[in-house]
Design a protein around this ligand. Structure first.
Ligand SMILES: Cc1cc2nc3c(=O)[nH]c(=O)nc-3n(C[C@H](O)[C@H](O)[C@H](O)COP(=O)(O)OP(=O)(O)OC[C@H]3O[C@@H](n4cnc5c(N)ncnc54)[C@H](O)[C@@H]3O)c2cc1C
Length: 453
C-alpha cells in the first residue's frame, strides 16, 4: 500500500476519534507533527498504528450520534465537565424519553415514572448557588434546555417550569427559611413546583391587570381568583401563585401547598401542543395562606419580572432544541426516503430546505450562546432575553415547518418525529411573553417609546 494512501486513511481514522477522551493528550495534539512522524514509520509500525486507530474509531462510532445540528461546533466551547453533563442529559433523553415521547403526547398524560430518573441527572437549579444546587454557569441551563427540547419539548417545559420558574421564584424572592425548606427537595425532585401567573382574562397584560387578589387578615392571607395554563399544577407539591394585594395594589407571590382546601386545579384538555405537559385551570376560593408562605422578597411586579428575565433565556434555548430535533429527524429521513429512484436528499430543492434550516439553527445557537455569556457576566437585560425569544421562536416555526415539508405526508405522522415539534413550536411562540410582547420590550429599549398601549 502506498504511503500516501496509508496517511490519508490514518488521517480519516484520527478525525473520527474524540481526542478529548484521551484527556491531557487532546490539549497537546499537533496533527502536522504526527503526520510527519507517521511518514517515518515502517510498514509494520504503520499497520500497528492503523489497527489501534481503527479500534478507537470503532469505539467512537458506538457513542451517541454526532451533533449534526451544531454546525459551527459551539459545543466545543464547553469544558469537559460541561460536555459530560450535556452527554448525560442527551443519553437520558434518547434512551428514556425518546421511546415514550409520542405515546404520552398522544394520550396527553405525563410519565410520572421518569421523575426519579431525571432527578438522578442532578440538573435542577443547575446555576443556583447553595441548597444542593450544582452552581454551574447559566450557559449550562441553556444547554440542558436545548438537549431536553431536542427530544421532547414537553419534558423540557415540565423541567423549565419546575427548575426555572418555580425554583427560581423561591431562589430570587424567598426568605432564607423558605429557600431552606423548598430548594433542596425541589433540587432532588422530591417536591415538584409550578408557577401561576397567567389568568383566564389576563395574559400579556398581567403586569397591570392581575385579577387574582390577596388580602392580609391577621397573620394570614386570603387569596381569590383564577390562573390559566399553569404547567405541572395538577400534581405539583408547591405552586407559586402571584396575586394583587387589595391594600397596596402590588403583586405578591405565595407558596401554595398541595392540598390547600381552597385550591382546585383542573387539567386543560384538547391542547394541540405540548400535550404531555399537564396545564391547569386553577380556581382559588378563599384560600388561606400563612404569612410564612408569602415570598418575602416579592413586593411588586418588578420582582416577578426578575424571575421571568432569568428564565426567558432558557425558552430561547428551548426553541433552538425544538428546531434542532425537527431538523435532525428530517435530515435523516431525506437520506433514507427514495423518490424517482434516488434519496430525496439528492434533490436540490430538498437540500435548499435543509441548508435554510441549518442556517437558522446556527444563527440561533450563536445568539443564545452569547445571551448566556451575558447572563453569566451579570450583563443580561430584559431586552437581551426578549430579542432572543422573539428571534428563536420565529426561526423555530420556520425550521419545523420546513422539516415537515421535506417529509411529505409522513411529516404529519407522530412516529416520524417531526409532527410533535411542529405543534410544540406553537406553544413556545406564545408562552413566557408572546412574540409581540417581547418585540415591544425590545422596541421600547431601542426607540425609547413604549408601544404597549
Ligand atoms: C402551553 C402553555 C403553557 C403555559 N404555561 C404557563 C405557566 O406554567 N404559568 C403561567 O403563568 N402561564 C403559562 N402560560 C401562559 C402564557 O404565558 C400566555 O399564554 C402568554 O403570556 C400570552 O397570554 P394569552 O395567552 O392570554 O394571550 P393574550 O394576552 O390574550 O394575547 C393574544 C394576542 O394578542 C397579542 N397582544 C396582546 N397585547 C398586545 C399589545 N399590547 N400589542 C400587540 N399585541 C398584543 C398577543 O401577542 C397575542 O398574539 C402558558 C401558555 C401555554 C400556551
Amino acid at each position: 500500500m502506498e504511503l500516501f494512501k496509508k496517511i490519508k486513511q490514518i488521517t480519516h481514522l484520527m478525525k473520527q476519534i474524540d481526542f478529548k477522551e484521551l484527556g491531557e493528550i487532546s490539549e497537546k495534539i499537533d496533527l502536522p507533527k504526527i503526520m510527519k512522524s507517521v511518514g517515518e514509520l515502517d510498514d509494520n509500525q504503520l499497520k500497528g498504528l492503523m489497527k489501534m486507530l481503527t479500534e478507537k474509531a470503532k469505539k467512537g462510532q458506538h457513542k451517541l450520534p454526532p451533533i449534526d445540528g451544531d454546525f459551527y461546533d459551539y459545543d466545543l466551547k464547553l469544558s469537559q465537565e460541561q460536555r459530560d453533563i450535556q452527554m448525560k442529559v442527551r443519553g437520558f433523553m434518547e434512551t428514556e424519553i425518546d421511546p415514550i415521547a409520542n405515546h404520552y403526547w398522544n394520550k396527553a398524560e405525563f410519565p410520572m415514572e421518569i421523575i426519579p430518573k431525571m432527578a438522578a441527572l442532578n440538573i435542577c437549579g443547575v446555576a443556583y448557588e447553595g441548597y444542593g444546587c450544582p452552581n454551574l454557569p447559566f450557559l449550562m441551563e441553556g444547554i440542558i434546555a436545548e438537549e431536553l427540547a431536542r427530544v421532547d419539548v414537553s419534558i423540557s417545559t415540565f423541567f423549565g417550569v419546575h427548575s426555572g420558574l418555580a425554583m427560581g421564584s423561591i431562589y430570587l424572592c424567598g426568605s432564607e427559611e423558605q429557600k431552606q425548606e423548598w430548594l433542596p427537595k425541589m433540587q432532588k425532585m422530591e417536591a415538584i413546583g409550578a408557577f401561576g401567573l397567567t389568568e383566564p382574562n389576563v395574559g400579556s397584560g398581567v403586569a397591570g391587570g392581575m385579577e387574582t387578589t390577596c388580602q392580609k387578615v391577621g397573620d394570614e392571607w386570603i387569596l381569590n381568583g383564577q390562573k390559566k395554563w399553569i404547567g405541572n399544577a395538577t400534581f405539583a407539591d408547591v405552586i407559586i401563585i402571584w396575586a394583587r394585594d387589595v391594600d397596596d395594589n402590588q403583586a405578591k407571590g405565595f407558596l401554595m401547598r398541595k392540598g390547600n382546601p381552597g385550591y382546585k386545579a383542573e387539567k386543560i384538555e384538547n391542547k394541540m401542543a405540548l400535550r404531555t405537559v399537564q396545564n391547569a385551570l386553577i380556581t382559588i376560593t378563599d384560600c388561606k395562606i400563612p404569612e410564612g408562605d408569602r415570598l418575602q422578597k416579592a413586593n411588586s411586579f418588578r420582582d416577578t419580572a426578575k424571575v421571568l428575565r432569568m428564565t426567558r433565556a432558557g425558552v430561547a434555548w428551548q426553541a433552538l432544541g425544538c428546531a434542532r430535533g425537527a431538523y435532525e429527524s428530517a435530515l435523516k429521513y431525506t437520506k433514507k426516503r427514495e423518490q424517482f429512484g434516488k434519496p430525496i436528499a439528492k434533490f436540490q430543492l430538498i437540500q435548499n430546505h435543509l441548508v435554510e434550516m441549518l442556517a437558522n439553527l446556527t444563527a440561533m445557537k450563536a445568539m443564545v450562546f452569547r445571551l448566556s455569556e451575558l447572563q453569566d457576566q451579570g450583563l443580561l437585560t430584559d431586552e437581551h432575553a426578549s430579542l432572543a425569544k422573539v428571534f428563536c421562536s420565529m426561526r423555530t416555526r420556520d425550521v419545523v415547518s420546513r422539516a415537515r415539508e421535506v417529509m411529505g405526508g409522513n411529516g404529519i405522522l407522530l412516529e416520524y418525529d417531526v409532527a410533535r415539534f411542529v405543534a410544540d413550536a406553537e406553544a413556545i411562540y406564545s408562552y413566557e411573553g408572546t412574540k409581540e410582547i417581547n418585540s415591544l420590550i425590545v422596541g421600547r429599549a431601542i426607540t425609547g417609546y413604549s408601544a404597549f398601549v
